[in-house]
Design a protein around this ligand. Sequence first.
Ligand code: NAD
Ligand code: ZN
Length: 381
Amino acid sequence: MKAVVYDGPRQVTVKDVPDARIERSTDVLVRVTATNICGSDLHMYEGRTDFETGRWFGHENLGEVIEVGDGVDKVAVGDRVVLPFNVACGHCKNCERGLSNYCMTAQPVQEWAGAAYGFADMGPWAGGQAELLRVPWGDYNCLRLGEDADERSADYVMLADIFPTGYHATEMAGVSPGDQTVIYGAGPVGLMAALSATIRGASKVMVVDRHPDRLRLAESIGAIAIDDSKVDPVQAVLEQTMGLGADNGCECVGYQAHDPQGQEQPNDTLNKLVQSVRFTGRIGTVGVYVPQDPGASDELAKQGKIAFDYGMYWFKGQTMGSGQAPVKRYNRQLRDLIAAGKAEPSFIVSHQLPLDQAPEAYQHFDARDNGWTKVILKPGQ
Ligand code: NAD
Ligand code: ZN
């Protein structure tokens, strides 16, 4: 089968690799029809995490079931399914508590928590940026879709990760009807958090970024765009909230790479969030902070660390939630909102491309090139 193979920092090639196959009786084999490039892939693509060459990415996958193991009874050949990016067993201590993001069976290494397809340090599972995907514990890890699955795959594929992740950010932030909510980052995840805040009844959603094309998408769903290359975002939020600060906020940026052109990013969105959110407000952080960035210029950034103003956070009495999103906690309800025509996450999709065009798609998405907001790769096209 063909897969988008990692050859080293900022290099991927579409190559032939051994076919994915059923390995255990609880496996499901999926023919992948839609697989997204995610901002999380960029941590590995840019070489900031130890992703082995020869493996392939792909944790946002949707497709058709073509084979099931003998122990699978809730999923059948022909089913259209979307796969939560968290690989989980469904029966460990964490899975039983609904924390499929911290499954202890799919990720047996103690220092690392949580498992995913095609990811550094998140278990041995192969990615879905390929023609076929092996789904372990298939009964637990497949979400079945209805008859409109093929026609609306650009909406449903967002259930694998970023729609539930954006929703999780708003859940951790406690976004409630009438709230004024600020979101840092108008990448795919930030835009999904903005959509989620709207679904939860926020009266005002403010989205901070510096890319006009992404800010326009935020405006297209009724959010207020704040361009931090033109204004101080904290001041802009205070002006929008009668000087009080937002009721809650979401961090959807994560650790930003040192710029290969030499311009260092300060990685200070968490501090800006603390300043933008009112006293006792809540913050949900889903942006990923990586353990190392060898190419960065200062010592802290080399270790992937940031300088967090804990004193200000403590003084304001805020609370913060963090971590990978437990996709299974939300994806059925979000699927049903899509099916009912009440949510259309595909508004962020800029490109749907055959797998062969993955190398150039990675380049453009990594550079945040104008108009490259979210890419869906379509194996088999
Ligand atoms: P992205 O990199 O495309 O989006 C990040 C956006 O933040 C970009 O548009 C960028 O211009 C903007 N940005 C950079 N610095 C900023 C600043 N100082 N203020 C405001 N905006 C700034 O990626 P994405 O796909 O949207 O993902 C965002 C983050 O979420 C990544 O770190 C990704 O790894 C993470 N993520 C986490 C989970 C989870 O389960 N927790 C799941 C998916 C993605
Ligand atoms: Zn993702």
